[in-house]
Design a protein around this ligand. Sequence first.
Ligand SMILES: O=C(O)c1cc(=O)[nH]c(=O)n1[C@@H]1O[C@H](COP(=O)(O)O)[C@@H](O)[C@H]1O
Length: 264
Amino acid sequence: MDARGPLCVGIDPHPELLADWGLGDDVAGLERFCGTVVGALADQVAVLKPQSAFFERFGWRGVAVLERTVAEARGAGALVLLDVKRGDIGSTMAAYAGAYLDPAAPLFADAVTLSPYLGVGSLAPALDAARAAGAGVFVLALTSNPEGAAVQRAQTADGRTVAGAVLDELSRRNAEAAPLGSFGAVVGATVDDPVDSLAINGPLLAPGLGAQGATPADLVRVFGGVVGNVLPSVSRDVLRAGPSPEGLRAAVRDRTTALRKALG
Ligand SMILES: O=C(O)c1cc(=O)[nH]c(=O)n1[C@@H]1O[C@H](COP(=O)(O)O)[C@@H](O)[C@H]1O
């Protein structure tokens, strides 16, 4: 992020975007779309975040494109955060860890998104695998969508909020790490006053900029003193600037300049 700027660009090949780019809503269109984004941006931005569902909807051929996208993006020097939002009982989490956090796996990524709905403790096999592989995770805490708060701000039996309990566990896992641990949280740039402490000594993925209405100024509002640990993420707002590679790069430059200005 120091070298390339603070932005994470999401690779979300929505059917509407494929159409806007003059591509078919099929595997060939998906492949072209991802090849263009990776070719234009993987040597420019710090992190690329492919959203798995947009690949899975094409079955194994789509997953093959995802594998290539991850490999090519990493090959060009970007970190890849694979957005899969997995969460399950511990024994099954170990299988998900084998799918994404084992360096020998075809879909190994630098980090994945995880959902703590089965209890943040159930994610332990994935967190342990990430540590062993030198990879990371981003666990949903306060998501960017308006429906999230009803669950995430609810009180647990010990009086903490659900999000607070997730953040506490990540903080505990990151305690010894310097400068930052590898156990991150997802906190939307769109959320109201976060209430819970975001000082988890780990990275904070902040989606919600652009298409969901948040601005760089919102990052300062939401994250305050820990804004330096934020990885702001944008998908549609950058992807709409395609299919021209120069258009994509210009969109990234504009957003990066605005973010640097707001974050100081
Ligand atoms: O984990 C995520 O990436 C995520 C968490 C969250 O709270 N909100 C959120 O929008 N996302 C993802 O971030 C991306 C946002 O896309 P845009 O709204 O087009 O920038 C999508 O891929 C979402 O799945």
